[in-house]
Design a protein around this ligand. Structure first.
Ligand code: LLP
Length: 418
């Protein structure tokens, strides 16, 4: 079911008209549907029903709002975190430490200590030296850290280069051919309890074949490690399942994904860990914006909206597509460029796109903005930090305040000697 839908000609999120949120909170603002998060959380879990032993760790980088985390904790999700800040959020949301996976290519010693002291359930090691440091920090505290070694399977995920992670030239994981020797050295360290291996080959995967190819390589590694006498209890298969952003995108059906995982991992006899991010949160949010001007252009008009690249960076960073739609469409369309107020040519959301005809003062949305939206926002051009609203049925709440430019200015100082 689409939780963003038109009723009497106006766009609603569940039971709440978006115009009401704009009136009460202002724009730009992210609006999330609680029902959409729950639906995807359940669909992902249901898809994996044929897999015997599963742990779901939502990749909170996709949307780390604490209300969202609370909602997903209630759905039984743990978290995949990549910084001390994300760990603090997952814990603050009530996610049990045991269900938290600590990923990330540059965890500092201070972050590792925080993870150890919190009792994080799994550290995903990105290099041997990290394991050596973690083992020492754990042993010094009389603790044992559960860890897996992230390997780079050298598979092309077939996605945008900036969100591909599983090719050998990427910074992530250790080369899979070096993994057996490294694993043996790590497994011998006091303070470290090696559990298995992890992969994550990239994000927004629309094709399951690269994942299946990566699993086959992981299986060979698991066999090799077991043959060498290691107990392999876990394999972390990462995230990456893509979603539809535009007409024609055909993302994997979650039942097909689950069936593929079940087939590819049959007989592995491990707990499989998953780190879904976008697939849980992407479709659950829109960025609500107001048209400031429709500026005549040389070839076509520029629709200048009050949201910009600092609020939703994906189009400028990855040429990402987000559908643009009027909150109260007239039925007329025009071909326009959609841009924000930031002083950069790249601050565009769409060029030469056929969209609902809008006029100055109209409300509009960018769809499918629930993942990697608000969390990647900045205050560039001294703009406010964009707020977030969560809708649940007929009610809504501001779950992140707009942080005014003045508040950010108040944190800056002019030294006395200037
Ligand atoms: N696990 C690891 C180790 C990751 O690096 C990521 C994403 C995930 C899980 C979650 O992947 P997902 O299920 O969301 O595809 N900002 C980019 C996406 C960056 C993804 C980074 N890592 C975007 O807006 O497309």
């Amino acid at each position: 079911m689409d939780h963003f839908h038109y009723r009497d000609g106006a766009l609603f999120c569940e039971g709440v008209p978006l115009s009401r949120i704009a009136d009460e909170v202002g724009t730009p603002v992210y609006v999330y549907s609680a029902a959409a998060f729950r639906q995807q959380a359940r669909a992902f879990r249901d898809g994996l029903a044929p897999v015997p032993d599963v742990h779901l760790a939502y990749a909170i980088k996709a949307n780390p709002n604490i209300a969202v985390l609370r909602l997903l904790a209630a759905e039984g999700y743990g978290a995949d975190v990549v910084s001390g800040g994300e760990m603090a959020r997952a814990l603050a949301a009530g996610m049990p430490a045991e269900g938290i996976v600590f990923s990330g290519v540059g965890k500092t010693a201070a972050e590792l200590v925080r993870g150890l002291e919190a009792g994080i359930g799994q550290f995903n090691l990105e290099l041997e030296e990290e394991g050596v440091v973690l083992a020492r920090l754990a042993a010094e505290r009389g603790l044992t850290a559960k860890a897996v070694l992230r390997v780079n399977p050298d598979v092309d995920a077939g996605t945008h280069a900036k969100i591909s992670t599983g090719r050998k030239e990427n910074k992530f994981g250790v080369p899979i051919d070096q993994a057996p020797a490294m694993y043996a050295r790590l497994a011998a360290l006091p303070g470290l309890a090696m559990q298995g291996v992890a992969i994550h080959i990239g994000s927004q995967l629309l094709d399951l074949a690269p994942l299946e190819a990566a699993y086959a390589r992981v299986k060979q590694l698991v066999d090799e490690l077991r043959a060498a006498g290691h107990t392999i209890a876990r394999v972390d298969l990462g995230g990456g399942v893509g979603i539809a952003y535009r007409a024609g995108d055909v993302p994997p059906d979650l039942a097909d994904y689950g069936a593929m995982v079940a087939r590819a991992t049959r007989g592995w006899d491990v707990r499989l860990m998953f780190e879904p991010g976008r697939v849980i949160s992407g479709g659950a949010g829109v960025l609500l914006t107001t048209v400031i001007w429709v500026k005549p252009g040389v070839t076509r008009p520029y629709v200048i909206v009050d949201a910009a690249m600092n609020d939703l960076a994906r189009p400028s960073l990855y040429d990402a597509w987000h559908d643009f739609a009027a909150v109260r469409p007239t039925g007329e369309h025009f071909t326009a460029n959609i841009a924000g107020p930031v002083c950069e040519t790249g601050d565009t959301f769409a060029m030469g796109r056929e969209v609902d005809r809008v006029a100055s003062g109209d409300l509009a949305v960018f769809h499918t903005a629930g993942a990697y939206g608000a969390t990647m926002a900045s205050t560039y051009n001294s703009r406010a930090l964009v707020p977030e609203v969560l809708v649940d049925g007929d009610r809504f709440a501001v779950v992140a305040d707009r942080i005014a430019a003045e508040t950010i200015l108040a944190a800056e100082r002019v030294p006395e000697w200037l």
